[in-house]
Design a protein around this ligand. Structure first.
Ligand code: NAD
Length: 348
């Protein structure tokens, strides 16, 4: 790692990770895995999460042991955010209204709150001079044209006026704000376009495809595929995503010039193939239903969503990803556990 960090045993800790790293949304699905990875690499971590859809149990052992400081609060609350950024050396902004189902339910709220969140966090990064990693999304590409998606592709290509794109518009606005600030030299920042990220802690409630298929198989014996299943995706294990974010955080000086990186898996799989991977392990049947039945008549699907990962590889090298079959096996174990002991969430 050369001049960017110092050796601590087998772990290299870059300058951005020598102080406290603030992770907004750190009780969320990606956030919880990331904070554990940062702790494993020797960082001090603070989480700001309003628990609107995150769960404190995910990081409870680390909070109890003092490895993570947890603040319950919102990035949209000036006081909460100001307390959270105190003395931090880097910020990872993950907090957002996430998931196509949630966004389609209230697209205006997803747009306004997601833009306001990144604006507020960027404002604090500028004020205290901390580098910023922003979780964007592959949704910014829009439906695409069937090729692997590259960071310099035209955003929202082919997108119509379906409400699903309001999430992408908010992510794009965040990327552009960070790029403008970073290019003027006011802050060091990058945006990461996460492609489908999955893992055993991901629950089916926000409509994420693999946990939903597993819940369908385990609880109902029939997997419901939206559309004809020929749509192509790539799925990364959340541990691979967390490792990539941590690797990038350790290289703040070299790459934090406002650029955007795809973060995901290069293995393309059709949604029907994914359903059959789950079906083969459970004996479940597979049925297809039109998208309109699930998301309403104006829903636009993405036919092919696979990242070009050359820029990420140039920045952090290549790792061997968790194989998809193992990702599916783990998701099924988790679905069976959830089915046998469902977590009852308290009313807000
Ligand atoms: P998640 O919903 O599990 O996590 C989001 C977390 O943010 C939750 O813990 C929630 O309680 C918290 N939160 C929401 N609003 C908040 C607010 N105003 N203040 C403080 N906390 C707030 O989602 P995730 O899958 O972990 O996604 C993390 C980030 O990665 C998000 O920004 C998401 O847009 C992005 N992303 C995820 C995927 C994926 O496949 N999981 C794909 C693309 C992009």
């Amino acid at each position: 790692m050369g001049d960017l960090g110092e050796e601590r045993g087998a772990t290299v800790v870059g300058a951005a990770m020598e102080g406290t790293v603030l992770v907004t949304g750190g009780a969320g699905f990606v956030g919880a895995t990331l904070v554990r990875e940062l702790v494993r690499r020797g960082a001090r971590v603070r989480v700001l999460d309003d628990l609107s859809c995150g769960r404190l149990e995910r990081i409870a052992p680390e909070v109890r042991s003092g490895a993570i400081e947890f603040l319950r609060g919102s990035v949209l609350d000036r006081g909460d955010l100001a307390s959270a950024v105190r003395d931090v050396s880097a910020i990872v902004h993950l907090a957002a209204i996430v998931g196509v189902e949630r966004v389609v339910r209230d697209p205006e709220r997803a747009l306004l709150e997601n833009v306001a969140g990144v604006r507020a966090v960027l404002g604090e990064a500028l004020r205290i001079g901390a580098p910023l990693v922003f979780a964007s999304s592959s949704e910014v590409y829009g439906p695409g044209d069937g090729r692997a998606m590259r960071e310099d592709d035209e955003p929202l290509r082919g997108a119509g006026d379906s409400s699903r794109w309001s999430y992408a518009v908010a992510k794009l606005a965040g990327e552009r704000m960070i790029a403008a600030a970073a290019r003027s030299g006011a802050v060091r920042g990058i945006s990461l376009r996460f492609f489908n990220t999955t893992g055993p802690e991901q629950t089916p409630d926000s409509g994420m495809v693999l946990p939903r298929f597993c819940a369908d198989a385990v609880e109902r014996g029939t997997i419901t595929v939206h559309g004809d299943g020929s749509q192509v995706r790539s799925f990364s294990h959340v541990a691979d995503v967390a490792a990539a974010v941590a690797d990038l955080l350790q290289r703040v000086d070299a790459t934090f010039d406002g650029r955007v990186f795809n973060v995901g898996s290069g293995r393309a799989v059709s949604v029907l193939e994914l359903a059959h991977l789950v079906a083969a392990r459970t004996g479940a049947s597979v049925r297809t239903v039109p998208h309109a039945d699930a998301f309403g008549p104006d829903f636009e699907d993405v036919r092919h969503r696979v990242p070009d990962l050359a820029a990420l590889r140039d920045a952090i090298g290549q790792r061997r990803p968790v194989p998809l079959e193992l990702v599916v096996d783990e998701a099924l174990v988790a679905a069976r556990q959830r089915a046998s002991s469902p977590i009852v969430l308290a009313a807000p």
